[in-house]
Each structure stands twice: as C-alpha cells, then as structure tokens.
Design a protein around this ligand. Structure first.
Ligand code: 4AD
Ligand code: MG
Length: 499
C-alpha cells in the first residue's frame, strides 16, 4: 500500500512540484561554449569581466576561463541598465545562441533580457580588468577566485582531489577519516598547535606549577594533528589498505614558498607491504594524478603554461627552464623516477662542482638532514627528474621507521620533485615490537601513551608501509605556481590567518 502511494506521487507530481525558481534553467558557460549555435534560447548567469562599447559583455561563471560574449543590441536596452553593467556585477541573461562574428569564439549570446542580480561599484571593486601581481591578489584572497589564474589553479586543485579518491577507490583502498584533534604528536617533532578550553591567562596549575590538563576539555593535553599516520596504521592492520586525505597542522615557523601551517595531506598505509612496494605505489600515484589533470583540465593547463612562459620571459636566459609546464608534466608521466640511497645522494653532492665551488649555503656530509638547496640540486641539476631517496640516517627520521640491519639507517623514502623539493615523505614501519619500543625509549617517546599504537605490534603484526603526499605541493607541481600560498584558498602561515 505504502509503495503504491509513493509510486503514485512519482508518477503524477502535483503541479506545485514543478519548480519555477530562477536558477534551474541556468546553463554553465563551459557547456554553452561547447554547443553548436542554432538560435537556441538559453539562460546564463555569471559575473561581468568586461563591458565594451555598451554592447559586448564578457561574462564568466567560473566553469572555465573562457568568457561568453553577450551581445546587447544598441538601442534595445535602457541607458540606466547599461550603466549598471560594470566589472564584477552579476547578471542573468536570457537570449539566443548564435554563431559569433567576432574572433576568438564560435558562439555568442544575443541578449533578449538582462537582469542585474547584484551591482558592483567600479570605484570600489578592488580588482581591475588587468593583470595584478600574485602578492596583491593574496591580500584580496576573497576575490582572487574571479581571476583567470586562480580559476585555473582551483579547478585543477579540485580535479586532483577527485583523482586522489578515484585512484585509491579503484585499487580497493578504504578512505579512513583520522581525527583532527589528537593527544599524540605523530612525527615527534613537537610542532603542534595546542587545543584547549582552559583560560589562557590563568589556567589551573598542578602543585609543581605545570598546567593541570586534567581540568581541560578532554581531560588531557591535546593538539591539532600533524599527520593521520598512526591512526592510519590501525586501519591498515585491519582493512589491509587505507588512505587518509585531510587537513594537517604544523606550528613550524617556516616562512617559505613551500610551507603552510595548515595543509592537506594524503596518507596511504598498506599492510603486507615493504619499502619498494611503497615507492612503486607513490610513483604510480603521482603519475596518475598528473595524467588525470592532463586529460581533464587541458584548457586550464594551457592557460597556466602560457602564464608561466610570460613569467619566465622576465628571467635571464640561463634561469629559464628547458621544458614548458605541459612538457614537464608529460616528461614525468613518461619516465621512471630515479631511485638512489641517501648515501649515494650525499656522494653526488660531495662530488659536485657546486659543492667544490662552495656554492651550497649549508654544509654537506653524511648524517645531515638535506636542505632544500641540496634536494633541488639533485633533482633540478643532476637528475632533471623526480628522485626517490631511500635509507636515511635514523637520527634525522621519526621513531616509527623500520630499522635497517646496518644499525645506522632506516627504511625511509622521500620523493623529491623539480621546482618543489620534498613532495612525499614515507617509510616502511617498524613492525617488531622490541625494536620499536627500544627506539621510542632512545628518542624519549612515552610508550605508555601510545599503548594503542603498540597493540598493532602485539596482535598480529605485519610488515607495512605508507607515505604522505603534501597535497598543496602536488598542486604547485602540476600548476607551476611558485608559492604555496597561491594553491590553497585561504593560506595559514606565521602571522597570517586572514579570511
Ligand atoms: O614528511 P612528512 O612530515 O611525513 C609525514 O607526516 C608522515 N607521517 C607521512 C606518512 O608516512 N604517512 O610530511 C609528508 C609530506 C611532505 O613530503 C610534504 O610534501 C608535506 O607533507 N608537508 C608540507 N606541506 C606544506 N606545508 C608544510 N608545512 C608541510 N610539511 C610537510
Ligand atoms: Mg618529510
């Protein structure tokens, strides 16, 4: 009986169910531009980029950088309306789709009705219809999506996020949501943001003067996560293969073009997996993401390619790259990544004329945590392609990495990319309980607090491995944007949390 009623409702919708709202008739400009013009009636909505000669509106709705030319026949629209068509005003236009007489586009919209949805005072609107510097646009991050550069960057960012899920879903990985508030510092680097509801000026104290977190919201000290890995390992040792994709937070005071205090990271974690499997997966993953964007965002890539060529023209010949953006991406998907050990990397640096001519600012010797100048030398000057470096000294890596038999190195891997430096950090994990506990002891990491993590090693431990891909660094690599602040919508960096 119930089913019949529902069926009836679907079969004969009451008249009022047919929506008459204004938005349901809208066609996206990207789709309009791909349509063969045959005098169809269409409605578009968007923001004015430019308005010329009281006749030609370049309308953009964010679906593509290509504007739709809307033609207002002279004399058909009142002056009062024409005056209100200004840059960034929002319009609803209905009209007829016709072949375009102007160059640069196949179709244009001959306007029949024009509604101004929202005016924009040209005296006050902060962006001019001209090129602004990226630095200037960072101060106007609330409006920069309305520029071509940021339109392209954020559509590509979206595609990359979608491709991340598609890649892992197709491989049977489970998407695990790891917590954002945690009591652990996964990387053990102490660069966490505290989360507390205690009164900042006057927190309750223990007898020894330390803060009494027992009275805090969670009854203990907590912080924003720096990595979902430890919880990811719990998932992997049950589901086999999981990945996380979420925001992570680091209170490191690094004011560089590659660091954010809030960034997004993708962390796959695989049981029954060693370092080589891990490196293979990371390489396949990066190539998949790039290929996805090349196939699905060709116009946006083309826009960024040209943008970058223009930017390079300002540089001296010697500093310009041999390959343009699209050629660079093609090269990365067509060629295997280089694989070397940390020890080999240090040897290459020591043998380099760059080192001999004392051109590195930081010293090179076995045991150093390579600086960005060293990493970039390896990928940009020496190998000219992405490089997977394995077997780092245990002293410079996290407690959970699997110890190699030499007693000096761990089964770590970093992937270094041209123009970026480190884009992936990962490792095979120490699955042997005794070794892990010993290393934690040496590094001063309290085993009692991580009892739940150690339980994976107590109950059916397995060889396992994983890595973290910095999502913004990946977006930088694909878009060619030089500064990480320009590939995340609202960057969080030291002394900056506007918007
Ligand atoms: O090398 P990291 O610190 O590795 C981890 O967090 C591991 N738990 C990952 C794992 O094995 N599951 O960070 C991983 C990546 C780096 O290679 C880099 O791309 C990015 O995260 N990253 C940052 N990106 C932007 N801003 C920062 N401050 C970043 N710190 C790391
Ligand atoms: Mg790292």
């Amino acid at each position: 009986m119930r089913a019949a009623v529902i069926f009836a409702a679907f079969a004969a919708p009451p008249a009022c169910a047919i929506s008459t709202t204004m938005f349901n008739t809208r066609i996206k400009i990207k789709d309009v531009l791909a349509t063969e013009p045959a005098e169809q009636q269409v409605t578009v909505m968007g923001w004015v980029r430019t308005f010329r000669n009281n006749q030609f509106v370049a309308l953009n709705d964010g679906s593509t950088n290509q504007n739709l030319q809307v033609v207002l026949t002279l004399g058909e629209f009142p002056d009062d309306l024409l005056r209100r068509i200004t840059t960034s005003a929002s319009l609803k236009v209905s009209g007829t789709l016709v072949p375009s007489l102007g160059k640069g586009q196949q179709v244009e919209l001959k306007a029949v009705t024009v509604d101004i949805l929202g005016e924009s005072d040209p005296e006050k609107y902060p962006l001019q219809p001209k090129k602004h510097s990226l630095e200037f646009l960072r101060e106007k991050a609330h409006l920069r999506f309305r520029t071509n550069t940021f339109g392209s960057v954020f559509r590509i960012r979206h595609s990359l996020a979608f491709a991340v899920h598609q890649f892992f879903h197709n491989k049977g990985f489970l998407y695990l949501h790891t917590p954002i508030i945690t009591a652990s510092d996964a990387e053990g680097a102490g660069e966490t943001f505290h989360v507390s509801t205690l009164p900042a000026g006057n927190p309750p104290r223990n007898e020894d003067g330390s803060i009494n977190y027992a009275e805090d919201f969670f009854g203990r000290a907590t912080n924003l996560t720096v990595s979902g890995q430890l919880e990811g390992e719990l998932g992997a040792t049950a589901f086999g293969e999981i990945y996380t994709f979420g925001p992570t937070f680091r209170a490191e005071n690094s004011n560089t073009a590659r660091h954010l205090a809030e960034f997004w990271m993708i962390e796959p974690e695989m049981a029954f997996c060693d370092l080589e499997d891990n490196a293979n997966l990371a390489e396949e993953f990066i190539q998949y993401l790039i290929r996805f964007v090349m196939e699905n965002n060709a116009d946006d890539l083309e826009f960024l390619r040209t943008r970058l060529l223009d930017e390079e023209k300002m540089k001296p010949q010697a500093e310009r790259s041999d390959l343009d953006l699209v050629q660079k991406l093609q090269f990365v998907v067509d060629n295997k990544f280089e694989r070397i050990t940390y020890t080999e990397a240090i040897d290459i640096l020591l043998q380099s004329s760059h080192y001999k001519k004392k051109k590195f600012q930081y010293d090179v010797k076995w045991g150093i945590d390579m600086q960005s100048e060293h990493e970039r030398y390896l990928v940009e000057r020496h190998f000219k392609k992405p490089v997977i470096v394995t077997g780092y000294p245990k002293e410079i890596k996290a407690f959970y990495m699997r110890q190699n038999e030499d007693g000096k190195t761990v089964a770590a891997m970093d992937i270094l990319a041209p123009g970026i430096g480190e884009i992936v950090g990962g490792s095979q994990r120490e699955e042997r309980l005794d070794r892990l506990e010993t290393r934690m002891g040496e590094m001063g990491i309290p085993t009692e607090e991580l009892w739940w993590y150690l339980d994976t090693r107590r109950f059916g431990t397995v060889p396992h491995a994983g890595f973290g891909l910095g999502f913004e660094r990946m977006v930088q690599f694909v878009t060619g944007m030089g500064n990480i602040r320009d590939v995340i919508a609202f960057p969080r960096t030291p002394k900056n949390a506007e918007f």
